[in-house]
Design a protein around this ligand. Structure first.
Ligand code: GDP
Ligand code: IMO
Ligand code: MG
Length: 439
């Protein structure tokens, strides 16, 4: 990948999240002046491995690990201040600089403790069959309040303490009533305590809170280079994903500019991140899921346990039909393929190239759950590969099976693969020459 000629770039997950966006952002950060998280909230968990050190970032951009880069949390991110404060303290305790290199938008909406409680109560109320399988980070209830507007709180509200206290008391009076009447909950939350806690966090965070929209516009005028860090994945997108088993935000590329506060034309390059197989955490359809020893082997080899919740991730074959849909939703210009090492040791590997539904081959990833739950994935089988990828420095050194696999993914998705990851570490990454279009 020619980093120097990359324009402003956005990193987008093309599956159900956890594709390895954190690693890709960390790798690219040294070529940019700013890294901007623009969507989602603490439901995200982005892992960066540097030697023996592993960092799990939830709200802070993955660029924070490089001290000379400005990290911006944009207006589209919903902020749990308890988690944000703990994350900052955790990074500082590990000698990571978190000073004027972190800015937080004064327009960001607040995830309040009652949102997290509502998330749990709503999920429990849905029961095992219908629950979404959320991260319990209060994302849905916070986004719902944001859309309803009347009961929403934003970061800047914290700097008007008396109004903030009053509003928390009003909102909580209603919310406690709702919890009691709808969910039978009889442990009302305490408004005074909650407001005081949040005002304390606000004081701790005050040096970081600013109008980040101005920061980005100033950066653009200077010609600074910006990297936008997507959260979640396209199949979790509120409009285009496997609804209702999705998150409450826009995860496709179109959301980046809107949520960050720049014009769509300010972002020129969209890097789609995929794993060499597929994973999903939480409920919802997953046509290529492997509920068998092959799926278990992928989970164990890939350490597929949630970064945010620790839940085992569901694993399956790469779904090129779904990934192609996601790549076109976002106008993906380059692909990063992660976890090629994890897929090693199989005799054969499958790629899903299409779906059949009641005898018909579908043209596009279907909208209805009923269809998704019934589709038959159409597989193409390729020879597998084995061998230790440690020390491999170029794609040419990969086993033939792995190279053929990459070539086939590229053909099916019609987007050049420019980056291949063969281990969690920053250094376990291969750059792929796009002018050749094959390894
Ligand atoms: P994100 O949410 O998209 O940033 O991804 P996560 O961090 O939630 O999950 C990706 C996981 O895969 C993390 O544990 C990474 O350390 C790990 N990882 C990333 N790339 C590779 C790779 O190429 N090989 C292996 N074995 N692990 C990887
Ligand atoms: P990153 O950024 C994987 C999933 C949850 C659940 C659904 C809704 O690390 O890729 P929510 O708490 O958002 O209401 O849950 O979305 N989910 C993720 N899965 N990676 C994520 O983020 C996710 N963020 C949300 O598991 O199925
Ligand atoms: Mg993750």
């Amino acid at each position: 990948m020619d980093f120097q000629s990359l324009g402003n770039t956005s990193v987008i997950g093309l599956q159900w999240g956890d594709e390895g966006k954190g690693k890709v952002v960390d790798l690219l950060t040294e070529h940019f002046d700013l890294v901007v998280r623009y969507a989602g909230g603490a439901n995200a968990g982005h892992t960066v491995r540097i030697g023996a050190e592993e960092f799990a970032l939830h709200l802070i951009p993955s660029g924070i690990l490089r001290p000379n880069v400005l990290n911006v949390v944009g207006p589209g991110v919903v902020l749990d201040l308890e988690i944000l404060s703990a994350e900052i303290e955790g990074l500082k305790a590990r000698s990571i600089k978190v000073e004027n290199n972190l800015q937080i938008s004064n327009r960001s909406h607040l995830v309040m403790p009652y949102h997290k409680k509502q998330d749990r109560l709503a999920e429990a109320n849905l029961g095992a069959d219908r629950k979404i399988g959320t991260t319990f980070k209060g994302i849905g209830p916070c986004q719902a309040d944001k859309m309803m507007r009347s009961a929403a709180l934003r970061m800047h509200d914290l700097y008007h303490p008396e109004t903030f206290r009053r509003r928390v008391a009003e909102i909580l009076a209603d919310r406690n009533k709702l919890f009691a009447t709808v969910y039978g909950d009889n442990e009302p939350l305490d408004a005074e305590q909650m407001a005081s806690d949040y005002l304390r966090y606000a004081e701790m965070l005050s040096q970081h809170v600013t109008d980040t929209t101005l920061t980005l516009h100033d950066a653009m005028s200077r010609g600074d280079r910006m990297l936008f860090e997507g959260a979640q994945g396209s199949l979790l997108d509120i409009h285009h994903g496997t609804f209702p088993y999705v998150t409450s935000s826009t995860c496709v590329s179109g959301g980046a500019a809107a949520a960050a506060g720049v014009a769509p034309s300010a972002i020129q390059n969209y890097i789609g991140v995929v794993k060499a197989y597929a994973t999903r955490v939480g409920g919802g359809p997953f046509p290529t899921e492997l509920e068998d020893p092959t799926g278990d082997k992928i989970r164990e080899r890939g350490r597929e346990y949630g970064t945010t919740t620790g839940r085992p991730r569901r694993c399956g074959w790469f779904d090129a039909f779904a990934a192609r849909y996601c790549a076109s939703l976002s106008g993906i210009t380059q692909l990063a393929v992660m976890h090629l090492d994890t897929l090693g040791t199989f005799q054969e590997v499958n790629i899903c190239t299409g779906y059949r539904y009641r005898g018909e081959t579908l043209r596009i990833f279907p909208a209805e759950l009923e269809v998704l739950n019934e589709v038959e994935p159409l597989y193409e089988t390729l020879p597998g590969w084995s061998g230790d990828f440690t020390g491999i420095e170029s794609c040419e050194q990969l086993p033939e099976g792995a190279r053929r696999y990459l070539d086939r993914l590229e053909e099916l998705l019609e987007v050049p693969i420019t980056l291949v990851s063969v281990g969690p570490d920053r250094l376990a990454t291969l750059h792929r020459d796009t002018s050749v279009m094959s390894c």
